[in-house]
Design a protein around this ligand. Structure first.
Ligand SMILES: [Zn+2]
Length: 316
């Protein structure tokens, strides 16, 4: 007969049903006590056995929905192009306890234009809880470019982000183009969990194509009335993705941005970033199709990505 401590150890190691037969060895009172604590130990076991983020490969079966309940009114905020002015929005978001995704163009990060976010900015944003995702390598329109260029824009950009410590499991198509090009969308679906396309509208998470997520752009001409319209009827599975470019003189006035955040607060919206919603390891969503072949890179892949990117730069 095994001891109680051995029973608990095995409980954490083995499926519970395989252990049920051991229960008859104990008094009925003990059985009741153990069943009473079943949920607690099941939870511990679930945490212990959940797949670690460093797992190099994932099978389709692990990409199933998490069944976590969705907050009632979800808004996802995204900043495109990795512009320095967006740091202004980040500080406003922090004030309200809100998050966002920064979809960056990897060749622009630490590039010649100081108005783009640097790697150090991205690390600082990530440390504050913001999400960093991929918006291609050089913002080339993905239709009608060579397969070498496509790999650069979709794959090496992701590898460069990963080599810098960002998961980059989500993609934003440059100018939304390429979602209906099979070569492009296939490559995206092989490397990412979801992607934002060019369609305008809300996402029904039950039916939407995860590689063509619709959204709304908020610009300097977006009135609070329009903003409210983008969010209206957001409920459960029906979510709104809103995206911005510049914040400040060249784009959305920070005062307007703050007014929009106040509107979200006053109306009970839950603000999420793309990763929280679409990354199955951390969020609610599941992939509609496609398998992720890489979630982390070994150092040789990082070197390969650097050579590909630097080599390409020399030829410009
Ligand atoms: Zn863009």
């Amino acid at each position: 007969m095994m001891t109680l401590s051995e029973f608990y150890r095995r409980l954490l190691r083995e499926p519970f049903n395989q252990l049920l037969h051991h229960l008859h060895l104990y008094q009925p009172l003990l059985q009741l006590y153990l069943l009473f604590h079943l949920d607690r130990y099941r939870n511990i076991r679930a945490r212990e056995t959940s797949s670690p983020p460093s797992s190099p490969t994932l099978s389709r079966s692990t990409l199933s929905p998490t069944n976590s309940p969705l907050p009632p009114k979800i808004v996802v905020i995204v900043f495109d192009d990795g512009r320095k002015s967006q740091l202004r929005a980040a500080s406003i978001l922090n004030k309200y306890g809100y998050t966002a995704t920064f979809a960056v163009i990897t060749s622009f990060v630490n590039g010649s234009d100081p108005q783009n976010l640097s790697w150090s900015d991205l690390h600082s944003l990530a440390a504050q809880g913001f999400d960093i995702e991929c918006h291609s390598h050089s913002h080339k329109i993905l239709n009608n470019i060579s397969s070498t260029e496509l790999t650069q824009e979709i794959v090496y950009s992701q590898e460069q982000l990963r080599c810098n410590g960002f998961n980059a499991n989500l993609f934003v198509y440059p100018s939304g183009e390429g979602t209906y090009n099979e070569t492009v969308s296939t490559l995206v679906s092989q490397h990412y969990l979801a992607a934002r396309g060019t369609n305008i509208g809300k996402c029904n998470l039950s039916t939407v194509n995860y590689y063509d997520l619709p959204s709304y752009e908020v610009t300097n001409t977006t009135t609070i009335k329009n903003f409210a319209r983008y969010l209206k009827d957001t409920k459960g599975n029906i979510i709104s993705i809103i995206y911005y470019h510049e914040i400040g003189a060249l784009g959305v006035n920070p005062a307007n941005f703050e007014e929009q955040m106040l509107y979200l607060k006053a109306n009970g919206y839950t603000v999420m970033n793309m990763r929280q919603l679409f990354d199955h390891r951390t969020g609610f969503g599941s992939t509609a199709s496609g398998e992720i072949t890489k979630l982390s890179l070994d150092s040789s892949s990082c070197i390969k990505a650097k050579i590909a990117i630097n080599g390409n730069r020399k030829h410009r």
